[in-house]
Design a protein around this ligand. Structure first.
Ligand code: FES
Length: 163
């Protein structure tokens, strides 16, 4: 239970919203639930739903909609490549396919060493700088734009060495 694990933080988050609007606390509570393991369990979603008097479906819809929330464990780095139409027109699909080929994985999978999970996502607001991706980790988010497969593999090697 989130409230048992982080009582002060949960109280602080809920105090920001009037009781009749407490459902608005869903995003910060999800962020809190995700902080430790990098993803949100089904149990945590049910817990948040109960706390906010909303349905667990409503909570899971939010998790599914935003690329910054996750419902599955991933590698140390989550590389989210935009394959939406404007990026696709600049070669994002080919980039993603070749990148995954180089890493020896399929889209949605994690490299054997647990370092990188590659995902395809919708618009990340860098449409004119494709191929582009956001790289999520416990340290935050980095944006990489105008990328090539070679440049991305160099980045992965650097992350591997820094591990
Ligand atoms: S369509 Fe890819 S960043 Fe907008």
């Amino acid at each position: 239970m989130l409230a048992e694990k982080y009582p002060d933080e949960v109280k602080k988050i809920l105090a920001k919203y009037p009781p009749e609007q407490k459902r608005s606390a869903v995003m910060p509570l999800l962020y809190l639930a995700q902080r430790e393991g990098g993803y949100i369990t089904k149990g945590a979603m049910e817990d948040i739903a109960k706390t906010l008097d909303i349905t667990s479906t409503e909570v899971s819809e939010i998790v599914g909609f935003y690329t910054l929330y996750h419902d599955e464990k991933a590698g140390k780095y989550r590389m989210q490549v935009c394959t939406d139409l404007p990026c696709a027109l600049r070669g994002a699909d080919k980039f993603l396919e070749e990148l995954c080929g180089n890493l020896g994985i399929q889209v949605g999978e994690t490299t054997a060493d647990g370092l990188v999970t590659v995902e395809a996502v919708m618009c990340l607001a860098g449409c004119d700088k494709a191929p582009m991706f956001q790289l999520q980790s416990a340290n935050g988010i980095e944006y990489h734009e105008n990328m090539s497969v070679d440049k991305t593999m160099e980045l992965v090697e650097a992350l591997r060495k820094a591990k």
